[in-house]
Design a protein around this ligand. Structure first.
Ligand code: DX5
Ligand code: ZN
Length: 216
């Protein structure tokens, strides 16, 4: 069954603990934590000190999506703050050597590692790293904001990754992020996705559990 990862970006920050409890009780599988720096993306969200607080009130697997420039500079802080998975963007990396160092550094610290690609970034860009990854995060919107519409280009990439995974006997999970609801989630599942991130679809509702169930 597909995993569902509610994106905290759309939660109510005046009662964050309650919202986290609700998604945990509502059978969320992961908690998706969107970090934005106002540089890699044109928006600012939250950093590692809030992650540390969040990690203390939940047992959910913490899926940290770094939408930041120079992720290698900050990765240790996210590791220390309780991340279970760290996903960085290939577009934020300058060269292959730095990318490999970062992948190995995250793994050596006992944290899972993923790479994300924006809607216009081809899968070929990350071909050399696929065998090393735990997760590939396919963006189905331009990163930066919740509540945008799903871009169909993500479906071909999910299928492509699923095919490559079978051909090469790789074991990474395919995750999709942006504009996910019951309809777009179904299309992604048909294409071979393993993890659905959903922000506004879950949190802009009175019944988080029902919304999570509708995605599975
Ligand atoms: C967008 C973030 C997403 C966002 C998804 O840049 O990476 O995780 O919260 O929000 P929805 O599900 O509302 O598109
Ligand atoms: Zn995200």
């Amino acid at each position: 069954m597909v995993k569902v990862a509610p994106s905290l970006l759309s939660a109510n920050f005046t009662c964050l603990k309650d919202d986290i409890e609700k998604i945990e009780n509502g059978k969320a599988d992961w908690l998706h934590y969107d970090v934005m720096d106002g540089h890699f993306v044109p928006n600012i969200s939250f950093g590692y000190s809030i992650l540390e607080d969040v990690s203390k009130v939940t047992n959910l697997f913490l899926d940290v999506h770094l939408m930041i420039s120079e992720p290698q500079k900050y990765v240790n802080e996210f590791i220390k703050s309780g991340a279970n998975l760290i996903v960085f963007h290939i577009e934020a990396m300058d060269n292959k050597e730095d990318t490999l160092v970062l992948i190995h550094h995250i793994k050596e610290n006992g944290v899972r590692v993923g790479i994300s690609i924006k809607p216009n970034t081809p899968v070929d860009t990350i071909q050399d790293y696929l065998s090393l990854l735990d997760v590939v995060l396919v963006m189905s919107v331009e990163p930066g904001f919740g509540g945008q519409s799903f871009k169909e280009i993500a479906l071909a990439k999910i299928k492509d990754l699923d095919t490559r995974r079978k051909e090469n006997n790789d074991r990474y999970l395919i995750e999709v992020d942006g504009g996910i609801n019951e309809t777009t989630g179904k299309k992604c599942k048909d294409a071979g996705v393993d993890v659905l991130v959903a922000g506004s679809y879950i949190f802009n509702s009175d019944d988080y559990a029902q919304r999570i169930a509708s995605l599975k």
